[in-house]
Design a protein around this ligand. Structure first.
Ligand code: SF4
Ligand code: FES
Length: 274
């Protein structure tokens, strides 16, 4: 990178360049400097929820700790991604997250990487004994770090079927009133973006079950491959304004076949190729 707007950024003692307003995490990623993240997703920016990506930055007025995925650079500076102070903060964050989500494999790996002690330093309230939870709800409560990625993915699509609700120790991700939501299209984007694989869904031939609802999966009329739920397909087509009111759906084509036949409906609907 070069040009008039380039900032000089020293990271862990080595010189790099960055664009004005570029996030520290972006600069690190571009230069293959490892910074651990959980809630950050390239297509769903701005969450800044897990705090795991903290780094130290000195912009001329002393070191301060910032959240690198949402910290834009606007002057020359020095960044430390792995100082003793940062490692200590990450250990504390990981210990808290593991208390909240003891079943997350990714979290377990990070805890091991940062040498987080096994003993619990924090506690979190769980559903009262006697309250029956479904296996999916149990998994969610044991692996969700409340990063908000799933809810943001859902609202970004325009469905808004799930959201974070409640506060403090009873905060959770769910559908309204914990009931099957008519707004859910069964696309599985929430489960796909979840960093801890906390959202369970079952898929058997021709059917997907998620968030307490069963969805029929459509097969491509050209190649026969299962590719989307009926609701997902209809939603994408409507969103892409490719369907007129009352028109019955024409041939149901999977992604590959549709690409062959015409321009990509999903790309128009979701703003990116999937
Ligand atoms: S279910 Fe997954 S994506 Fe959603 S808030 Fe929990 S950890 Fe984040
Ligand atoms: S990755 Fe930056 S706050 Fe979660």
């Amino acid at each position: 990178m070069s040009g008039n707007s380039a900032l000089k950024v020293k990271i862990n003692g080595k010189a790099y360049e960055a664009e004005k307003d570029e996030y520290i995490l972006e600069v690190c990623r571009r230069n293959c400097i490892p910074v651990p993240t959980l809630c950050h997703h390239d297509s769903l920016s701005g969450l800044g929820a897990c705090r795991l990506c903290v780094v130290e930055v000195n912009e001329g007025n002393g070191n301060k700790v910032v959240v690198s995925c949402v910290y834009p650079l606007n002057r020359d500076c020095e960044v430390f991604t792995d100082s003793e102070k940062i490692k200590g903060i990450r250990k504390t964050i990981l210990s808290m997250l593991r208390t909240r989500a003891p079943e997350g494999d990714l979290l377990a790996a990070l805890c091991q990487m940062y040498g987080v002690a096994e003993e619990k330093r924090f506690t979190v309230s769980r559903p009262e004994k006697g309250v029956t939870e479904s296996p999916a709800a149990k998994r969610l409560s044991a692996a969700c770090i409340l990063c908000g990625r799933c809810a943001l993915a859902c609202s970004s699509l325009g469905t808004g079927a799930i959201s974070t609700m409640g506060r403090g120790t009873i905060k959770k991700v769910s559908t309204p009133y914990d009931e099957a939501s008519a707004d859910c299209i069964g696309c599985g984007s929430c489960a796909e973006v979840c960093p801890t694989k906390a959202i369970e869904y079952r898929e058997t031939k021709g059917q997907r079950s998620i968030w307490g609802r069963d969805f029929k999966i459509l097969s491509c009329t050209a190649c026969g491959k299962d590719f989307a739920t009926e609701e997902e397909y209809t939603f994408a087509r409507k969103k892409a304004a490719r369907e007129t009111a009352g028109e019955t759906l024409p041939s149901v084509l999977c992604e590959t076949c549709r690409r062959r036949k015409s321009s990509d409906v999903f790309a128009a609907a979701f703003g990116e190729r999937i």
